[in-house]
Design a protein around this ligand. Structure first.
Ligand SMILES: *Cc1c(COP(=O)(O)O)cnc(C)c1O
Length: 347
């Protein structure tokens, strides 16, 4: 490790911030927080809102619900607009909700809902939230920024959050949070209590090449490597690669006779959610895949437990990784089905 109050660290954090701002597409500020992605969500809530403030959260799944839970915990008066799992937010419904809630100042939304494998049409939604209603816009881009388009300044996003362990090819431990000039104005007026996650303190320290508290220095080294890979490949080409891998995964699972959980036009290019076939238990499939095929997939979260399983394909995932995964799923399903149909007949 290096001294996090020394000149080498100042160079590291300033290089990292400059590279991250390129990928986020922002000329505004960007701070690094030592925490998982959820810490970044909490930072947004604790810096932008005030106790009792009416606010709107658009949720299409577990992570949208998490934004609402954090804001409620902090004492905000949350109006949650939810859409059924597997679907994206309907712009017309969002427009109507905003028209009904004139006192709302800030809107929270997830770009890519990792729990259902759905990507919102954030460009259209942002044009309503910002363009038509001029609200402060906070985006959970944890599983999307760096892997698909999310040009922060172009779409008018005031606070965008990502996390090191998603598309950035790094271990968990850092959240990146972009902050627009308008967000700083709102933060200046916010009376929410905050301490560790004080964004103004993070910005002031960053100006001196530091962080307020000891940062995850080791993760920063990894993040620097991840960013070098992305910027060498070129961000547009990174997005195209994710779109291609997403498409390959979707076509592959459908060719196995499986159904996508997501409404297909909104299916995510970073994670594919697949409906659990009715004759197979997730626990049996996941154990077999892990033990026999060294393949670790994710199940459903919360209410979706047992109803779907998910293939993550963000960051350093190749065609051959996906092809291996699909082949393993095919064999595992066949062997589980044989067990079920053949077992009663065997002597
Ligand atoms: C992973 C994820 C989070 C939570 O991040 P943690 O690092 O687990 O705290 C939040 N939102 C989305 C969309 C995610 O994919």
């Amino acid at each position: 490790m290096i001294n996090h109050r020394g000149p080498e660290f100042a160079t590291l954090i300033s290089d990292l911030t400059a590279d991250l701002k390129k990928v986020f597409g922002t000329e505004g500020d960007l701070v690094l927080l030592t925490c998982s992605g959820t810490g970044g969500l909490e930072a947004a809530v604790a810096n932008v809102l005030s106790p009792g403030e009416r606010t709107l959260v658009i949720s299409i799944g577990v992570f949208g619900d998490r934004f609402a839970e954090i804001a409620t915990t902090f004492g905000a008066d949350v109006v949650k607009v939810s859409f059924p799992p597997g679907t994206a937010a309907d712009p017309q419904v969002v427009r109507e909700a905003l028209a009904h809630e004139p006192s709302v100042q800030t809107v929270f939304i997830t770009q890519n809902e990792t729990s259902t494998g759905v990507t919102n049409d954030l460009e259209s939604l942002a044009s309503i939230i910002k363009g038509e209603f001029d609200k402060t816009l906070v985006v959970d881009g944890i599983s999307s920024i760096g892997s698909m388009r999310c040009p922060v300044d172009e779409w008018g996003i005031d606070i965008a959050i990502s996390g090191s362990q998603k598309g950035w090819m790094s271990p968990p431990g850092l959240a990146m949070v972009s902050v627009s000039p308008r967000a700083w104005e709102v933060i200046g007026k916010s009376t929410m209590p905050r301490s560790y996650f004080d964004l103004k303190a993070a910005k002031e320290s960053a100006e001196k090449g530091q962080t307020p508290w000891t940062p995850a220095v080791g993760v920063m080294f990894s993040l620097k490597e991840g960013l070098t890979l992305m910027l060498t490949e070129g961000v547009e080409s990174t997005y195209r690669r994710h779109a291609h891998i997403g498409d390959l995964t979707r076509r592959g699972v459908q060719a196995l006779g499986l159904e996508l959980f997501a409404d297909e036009p909104y299916a995510s290019n970073t994670v594919t959610a697949i409906k659990m076939p009715e004759d197979i238990k997730w626990s049996a499939l996941s154990n077999l895949l892990r033990e026999e095929y060294q393949l670790v997939l994710a199940g459903g979260q919360g209410m979706l437990s047992g109803k779907l399983f998910r293939i993550g394909h963000l960051g350093w995932v190749s065609e051959s990784d996906i092809n291996h995964a699909l082949a393993a799923i095919e064999k595992a399903l066949a062997s589980l089905r044989n067990d079920i149909t053949l077992a009663p007949e065997s002597p």
